[in-house]
Design a protein around this ligand. Structure first.
Ligand SMILES: N[C@@H](CCC(=O)N[C@@H](CS)C(=O)NCC(=O)O)C(=O)O
Length: 209
């Protein structure tokens, strides 16, 4: 398998960390969505990352769909999400909030670096969405005493939240105060201390990732 994309993307990073935790071997192509768009295009016409190219040549896109495939490969006993039912839906909801926050943090970053004059309406909307999700996630995490979001072993929700928090903190430091989000900060610190998170990391470099 070949994973395309740089690790300063929270979406690429969550996939790479899952691959490592599942002990699935993969090659990495750290292609930039802007600088290497034409290299990405034959695998993904959206020219977005992550893109995962399977051994037979099939290309998977969207981090959620890629993780769905990896869960299938590793099987229900080892998958970092329940197979069905409310347990699965709860994990998917936290993942959706985290990746939605990631989408808005990416949009806000593009607004800053790609446009000469930021559109106030869009900036304020993204900031409100980011703040709203951070508040909701903080409340949810503070209500859970277990080491991970859904128990004693790491899952997709833990990885998604940690990766997105790192990205948001680097892209928009003013929006992510540790004092305002103590439960999320503790969650991120615990995940970032784990070997796969320490290995698979890249400081944000806007427009190169
Ligand atoms: N929903 C997508 C989001 C992926 C995403 O936003 N990737 C960014 C890099 S962080 C990207 O490819 N940006 C280039 C673009 O959207 O044109 C996923 O979960 O995979």
């Amino acid at each position: 398998m070949i994973l395309i994309g740089q690790y300063d993307s929270p979406f690429v990073r969550r996939v790479a960390i899952a691959l490592r935790l599942y002990e699935l071997p993969f090659e990495h192509r750290p292609w930039s969505t802007f600088g290497d768009a034409e290299k990405i295009a034959p695998f993904n016409p959206l020219r977005r990352v992550p893109t995962l190219v399977l051994d037979g040549g099939e290309a998977l896109i969207e981090s959620t769909a890629i993780l769905d495939y990896l869960d299938e490969v590793i099987g229900p006993d080892k998958a970092m999400i329940a197979d069905s039912g409310p347990e699965r839906r709860q994990v998917l909801k936290i993942c959706a909030l985290a990746t939605g926050l990631g989408d808005k943090a990416v949009s806000l970053l593009y607004e800053r670096v790609l446009r000469k004059d930021e559109l106030k309406l869009w900036v304020e909307r993204c900031q409100a969405q980011i703040g709203g999700v951070l508040d909701a996630l903080e409340k949810e995490r503070a209500a859970v005493a277990s080491p991970y979001w859904f128990g004693t072993s790491i899952g997709h929700a833990d990885i998604a939240v940690a990766c997105v928090l790192r990205f948001t903190g680097e892209a928009h430091p003013g929006l992510l105060g540790a004092a305002r989000y103590p439960a999320l900060s503790a969650h991120a610190a615990a995940c970032e201390a784990l070997p796969p998170f320490r290995e698979i990391v890249q400081p944000l470099s806007p427009l190169s990732g």
